[in-house]
Design a protein around this ligand. Structure first.
Ligand code: GTP
Length: 185
């Protein structure tokens, strides 16, 4: 018996989210293992070699900056991504509202045939003493492409490597939907 396995040659992770939620800081914190005090508006695209990633797959991490990029360029990057981290700041309710009013619909528009897996990332947990996870559950119910959500801090480095691991895992080992209304008779 021959078992055909589909191997992914690399994983392309895109970070999107409102201004100042900490996308660039998250990427730079992962790479340098320290919080950048002076953060550029956009991080260069980063390639992490297979042997230092938990899943042994080369991984590209791509930043987005509204200040530097056009809408066309953003749409192009969304199309190219294998997984998208939608970042919000836990102390910024507007950035949470915009997950479902702006970012997830935009991602759907750019992946009309097959949903692109999404990881929700609540950054800046060092600034608050509560969790936003309960508030985010209704969004996860509405948008089944969300694989998981995680709270982290680029400043204290809490859950930073976990966040990128979840993103890799969402591509390599996606969770099948438990129940799909569209497929039900
Ligand atoms: P844009 O380029 O405008 O889209 O912003 P961005 O989402 O890339 O955010 P950026 O990394 O530039 O961070 C915005 C501000 O938030 C900076 O002043 C950071 O120092 C700060 N910041 C980022 N992450 C954290 C965090 O985890 N905790 C705290 N306290 N501040 C953070």
């Amino acid at each position: 018996m021959v078992v055909k396995m589909q191997m992914k040659r690399n994983v392309r992770i895109l970070l999107v989210g409102d201004r100042s939620v900490g996308k660039t800081s998250l990427i730079l914190s992962l790479v340098s293992e320290e919080f950048p005090e002076n953060v550029p508006s956009k991080a260069e695209e980063i390639t992490i070699p297979a042997d230092v990633t938990p899943e042994q797959v080369p991984t590209n991490i791509v930043d987005f900056s509204a200040a530097e990029q056009s809408d066309e360029n953003l749409n192009e990057q969304i199309k190219k991504a294998n997984v998208i981290c939608v970042v919000y700041a836990v102390d910024d309710d507007d950035s949470i509202d915009r997950i479902s009013s702006h970012w997830l619909p935009l991602i759907r528009l750019n992946h009309p045939d097959k949903p692109c897996p999404v990881v929700l990332v609540g950054n800046k947990i060092d600034l608050v003493d509560y969790s936003t996870i309960d508030g985010v559950f209704p969004i996860m119910d509405e948008f089944s492409e969300i694989e998981t959500c995680i709270e982290c801090s680029a400043k204290t480095l809490k859950n930073i490597s976990e966040m990128f691991y979840y993103a890799q895992k969402a591509v390599l080992h996606p969770t099948p939907p438990i129940y799909s209304v569209e497929k039900a008779d």
